[in-house]
Design a binder for this molecule. Sequence first.
Ligand code: ADP
Length: 188
Amino acid sequence: MNLLVLGPQGAGKGTQARRISEAYGIPHVSTGDMFRALDDSTELGRKVKAIMDAGDLVPDDVTVAMIQERLAQADAENGFVLDGFPRNLAQADALDAMLGAIGRTLDAILFFDVPDDIGLQRALSRAAIENRSDDTVEAITRRLELYHRETEPIVEHYRATGKLIPLHAERSIDEVWDEIDDALKVVS
Ligand code: ADP
């Protein structure tokens, strides 16, 4: 199953993507996690960290190349759950082309919709637990602004495919999981 989770900061994408990964045996491919894992002692690692700490987007060429390489790995052969990518229309087009070239398509796009104030609160409480250097009020506000400007337009791109599944992401973790599990039983 080839899946995508889409939605603003603090919507709970990462939490549910990890759960999907476990339940369905497909890798959770998170661009944020991959960027955070880059080695700070390399030039690329330092550049990416500075961009992330400001809440800005890493350049598309870097991001697309990283995803292309990741999806070609053996564990993604039977599917994946993509989280944090695509984040703009250029990345969405790159993903469509990438999957088209290997004869695959997305099976479902899970859309997590929550109001900004709830997302901001959730992201800030995560900051207290996870010690993420980009979970400051400034960086989250910047990411939300970029979400509305760059990422939200791709919701319509995916709605047009008829595979967009809207979720009530303001509900509890277990309630959202039940919605996802019900939807995926139909898809898979
Ligand atoms: P959140 O969901 O809270 O925004 P992520 O872990 O998805 O957090 O992303 C953290 C940061 O990683 C982003 O602010 C950005 O700098 C970088 N990043 C992640 N995914 C992408 C992407 N697809 N394109 C460009 N930059 C990205």
